[in-house]
Write a protein that binds this ligand. Sequence first.
Ligand SMILES: *Cc1c(COP(=O)(O)O)cnc(C)c1O
Length: 347
Amino acid sequence: MGVIARYREHLPVGPETPEVDLNEGSTPLVPSRNIAGALGLKRLFFKYEGLNPTGSFKDRGMVVAVAKALERGSRVFICASTGNTSASMAAYAARTGARAIVVVPSGEIALNKLSQALMYGAKVIALKGNFDTALETVRDLSTNYPVALMNSVNPNRIEGQKTAAFEIVDELGDAPDYLVLPVGNAGNITAYWKGFREYRAAGRATCLPRMVGAQAEGAAPIVQGHPVANPMTVASAIRIGNPASWEGATSARDESGGMIAAVTDTEILSAQIRLANTEGLFAEPASAAPLALLFRLVREGKIDKDATTVVVLTGSGLKDPDAALKNVQPPIELDGDARALAKVLKL
Ligand SMILES: *Cc1c(COP(=O)(O)O)cnc(C)c1O
C-alpha cells in the first residue's frame, strides 16, 4: 500500500484522483541499539526514509503531486533538480506513462546522481546557467505550456510528505518529544510540522514534538538569517542558499519551541560513519546532519535524556557513495592463501 491509500482521508485526493503508487512510505522506525546507549538517551529512533522506492523521502510528496497533476489532465512533468527530486519524479512518470523532463545547470552534471532519472527514462536538459536560472526557466515554462511543475514549490509535495509524521505517531502511539531532521529547501520540516499538528487536531496524538532542524555550516541561510550566495557542503541534498519554504521552517521552529542550527561537514561525515558502523544504517550525508546535531546537543546538555527522539534519515547512503568513501579504508590488496589472509586479518 502507498501513502495515498494509507492516509487518503488526510490528503487532498478524491474519487477523481487517479490511483498512483510505488508502495512508498511505511518505512521502518528503527530503534537505536548503540548510539542511544552511548549518548545516555532513553529512547532514540531512526526513521529510515532511504527505504522508499527511489531511495529518499521525496517519493511521499511526489506520488501525491503526480496523482494531482494526472487528475488535472497533465501528462508532462518537469523539475529543476540534480538529485533526489528528479529521481523520484522520473520514477512516477515512468510508472504512469507520463513524460519527465529534468533541467539541470550545465557544468553541475554529476552523472551518478542523474543515473536514476536517466534509467527511468527522463529527458535531461543541461541548461546554461546556475540552479536558480534552471528553476526560473522551468517555472516560466510551466506557466506558459501544458507542463506540470514538480519542484517543492508544488504544495501537493508538502501534503504527501506529511504522511511521515503520521507514521511516526501511529507507531509510537503519540508524537515524540524531539523530531530531528535536515533542512535544505525546508519543505520537509514544513510538512512534518503540518502532519503532527493535523494528527493532533484529528485526535490521533496528544502532544507535538519540538522540531529540530540541521543545516550545514556552509549552507545555513536560516541559521544566519539571510540567503547564502554560494552554498557549500558535502551534503548535496541540503546545499541550498535560499530555501523555498523558509517561512515554513521558521514557523515550525518557533511554534514548536525547537531550533535550527548548523553542523560542519566534518561533523556530518563522522556522524554518517558512526551511524553505519554502529547501527548498520547507511544514509547519505544530508541525512547524517541531524544526527551530528544531536551529538552536539547532547554534549552541550541541551536535550532531555529521558525524552523520545526521532532522527529522520532522509535518503539512502547509496545515493552518494563518493562522499562516504573518502573516510573509510580502501580494500586491502592480497595475493595469498588462507594463512596469509588470517595474518592480514590478525585472526
Ligand atoms: C531533499 C532532501 C533533503 C532536504 O529536504 P528539504 O525539504 O529540501 O528541506 C534532505 N535530505 C535528502 C536525502 C533529500 O533528498
